[in-house]
Design a protein around this ligand. Sequence first.
Ligand SMILES: [Ca+2]
Length: 382
Amino acid sequence: MPATIDSRQDTENWGQLKANVKHRKHRRLECVRAGLPFPPFPALREILMNQLSITITALALLWACPALPTEIPKVIFDTDMTGDCDDCGALAVLHALADRGEVKLLGCIASYGGNPYVAGCIDAINTWYGRGDLPIGAMQEAYGRTESPYLEAIATDQARYGHDVVTKADVPDHVTVYRQLLAKQPDGSVTIVTVGRLKALCDLLASPPDDVSALDGMALVNQKAVQWVCMGGRYPNSDGKGEANFKTHGGAGYSKTAVENWSLPAVFLGYEIGARIMTGQSLLNISDDNPVARAYRLYLGAINAETRESWDQTAVLFAVRGAAPWWTLVTTGHNHVDAEGVNKWRREPDSEHAYAVVARPSEEAAALIESLMVQPPKARGK
Ligand SMILES: [Ca+2]
């Protein structure tokens, strides 16, 4: 991928944005779709103003929506935390940004149930960051991979982390919690971030009305969500390669179903976005009392490495801060996913889909993600 986007792409994106903002009713959705932060936050403005090399596009996009609403993003984090450590890193980034007042984390969904300890590891991390009471829903069926170098060690160490969830049996199922979290929120306000396989999201979309809501899953999502941010696929296409979240561990059919059925804005951060952003080294110097550091130490030890790609962190960073300055968006077209989980960007017809393109050197994004992952919790415990 190019380190910076060319001027033709800049012009296309900016022209598309202007047209959208001018002609469409829901200006806020357009800002979300374009990856604009809502609201603009001081840290990003500082970065923008201090970096002379920032593209004109990034500045123009930032100021394009001066009358943005003042609420911070509300996020549901849907994770397959099992076989890789970047899910733990992404959850750490979300908590760090929540500590900075930039996002409200509503709850977590474990989309894998093959290993029973996913929910316990999530709860240990949430408790480390002082949010041990955050709702967690977990896939109760044995779907997904089972092997993990860190889940059981962290989930069962209640003496060290003080959390109260150990296995998926200790929490409700993923659909119930998804529906409860959405039903409580104002209309058009929730960002769903998925950083794994899409079975949990598909189960939500297919869910019938129940005691939680008279709406079926599709209607509930369309009423309560504002966007979906998805780490999945490769862009502009994954021909010949595929991408793990979209293709492996039985995920292909769910990828196709989720992408085809989602009708609100959806932004995809592909394999190529996180693959160049290497992080985690700083966590190796931190005590096992931090469960994220322990997960990285165990995972990196198992693969004999000192850093790891940051696929999942890019999705949460986008969900909270938007595209600029790290990425620009291609917004014209739609993401086509076939039954094998292979995706291809098609220019027509246009849709609510967009995908991210690298706009800044990966080392800069890595430094930001690394700093957020090691940011000490504002408060710990329940
Ligand atoms: Ca993941």
